[in-house]
Design a protein around this ligand. Structure first.
Ligand code: ADP
Length: 367
């Protein structure tokens, strides 16, 4: 299915636009000096070189929204439990159901949780289930509102508008996921304000003020890590969202204790025994006060992959976990030593058969 292309190809005369010049492969400031309405020819000047150019104003490229859809079901194990009443009966639901309910009424969602705990995977799974295209950006000091909204690009002697991911999601319908929202710049957050407002519109200031009224399926999701992010979100922004706390799929005391082991075994393609050992190290590091963050599920999966390549547990943990999560502590840090000592303890326990494996874990490990 091809999206509808805006007929409106306005360009703001007198303004300086930050365009992307495909001819030179860099961003440049282009001052729009005039436009010939009959021929759609734009007279402009590059501010870096002073070069004057005549460019043809072209229509935006056609977008195939299906290109942004996730075609293979992403593996996701739900980790949370909520309860709700349906037709007078109490039913158990998980974070995916909660997301579906929020999506039904288009209430923007904020996922909170540590690095690598499955926030992005949850959204990918959700987009697959709802057959929605997924658009994505990560908040940091380099991400500008233009990156979200779009910009003019110059190719050959043509200048044309290119929608950014937020505009694409709003114009054609789809999920826009802003990761690390607390790291986003003010200009980005002001666009987030607009996009999450009940009016559901996005103004393209740089495109002559075009207003994109969001399609029915437009849905805004964001994520952040309350543990380390320096900036705090303003309550006025935070309260536009409903929030779900996601944590590692394991809590020693929870009945879901083996969930993370299943995930690491599946994603890292290792036996359940190896996965159990890795998760034990992960849990150990998460309790260390000296670290900003312990090893997340992603880090454990990467370490499992090292084991899959034939590295022993000790070496895989050294490279995959310790060297990764103890930055920027010095080489001789006690923290590194303490983790490696624990690695050897776990290694010894499991290899001497002192730790029982889950019955289903044994079955899976033998497959
Ligand atoms: P983040 O919270 O930083 O967005 P990701 O979603 O990228 O983390 O998770 C990192 C990896 O951990 C995923 O690619 C996936 O392999 C795995 N993972 C974490 N949680 C889950 C889960 N609940 N179900 C399946 N895979 C998971």
């Amino acid at each position: 299915m091809y999206g509808e292309i805006s007929e409106d190809i306005t360009i703001p005369v007198g303004e300086t636009l930050k365009i992307y010049d495909e001819n030179t492969g860099r961003a440049r400031d282009l001052k729009i000096e005039g436009i010939d309405n009959g021929s759609n020819e734009v007279h402009a000047k590059y501010l870096d070189t002073g070069e004057e150019v005549d460019l043809n104003l072209g229509a935006p490229d056609e977008i195939n929204i299906d290109d942004y859809k996730i075609t293979k079901e992403p593996y996701y194990l739900p980790v949370k439990e909520y309860h709700k009443v349906v037709d007078g009966n109490q039913v158990d639901v998980n974070e995916l159901d909660v997301l579906m309910d929020a999506y039904a009424v288009k209430k923007p969602m904020m996922l909170k949780g540590p690095t690598g705990c499955g926030k992005t995977r949850l959204i990918e799974h959700f987009c697959f289930k709802t057959d929605q295209p997924m658009f994505y950006a990560i908040g940091n000091e380099d991400l500008s509102s233009n990156d979200l909204i779009g910009r003019y690009i110059v190719k050959g002697d043509e200048i044309k508008w290119q929608d950014g991911p937020l505009t694409l999601a709003a114009r054609y319908g789809g999920v826009f996921y802003l990761d690390e929202i607390a790291e986003a710049r003010k200009d980005v957050l002001s666009k987030v304000n607009e996009a999450t407002d009940h009016q559901r519109k996005i103004t393209l200031e740089k495109k002559g003020g075009e207003i994109v009224h969001a399609a029915e399926d437009f849905y805004f999701v964001s994520a952040y890590n309350p543990g380390y992010q320096r900036a705090q979100l303003k309550p006025s922004l935070q309260q536009r969202f409903m929030a779900v706390d996601i944590d590692y799929a394991r809590d020693m005391k929870s009945p879901q204790a083996e969930l993370e082991t299943q995930i690491v075994a599946h994603e890292g393609n290792v036996a359940m025994k190896d996965s159990q050992m890795l998760v034990e190290i992960g849990v150990f590091t998460r309790k260390m006060k000296e670290l900003k963050e312990g090893a997340g599920t992603r880090t454990l999966i990467a370490t499992a992959e090292l084991m899959g390549q034939g590295y022993a547990f000790h070496d895989a943990c050294q490279m995959g976990i310790v060297s990764v999560i103890t930055e920027p502590l010095p080489d001789y840090s006690d923290v590194r030593e303490a983790i490696m000592r624990q690695v050897d303890v776990i290694d010894g326990q499991y290899n001497r058969g002192e730790v029982a494996q889950e019955p289903e874990a044994e079955a899976e490990a033998q497959q």
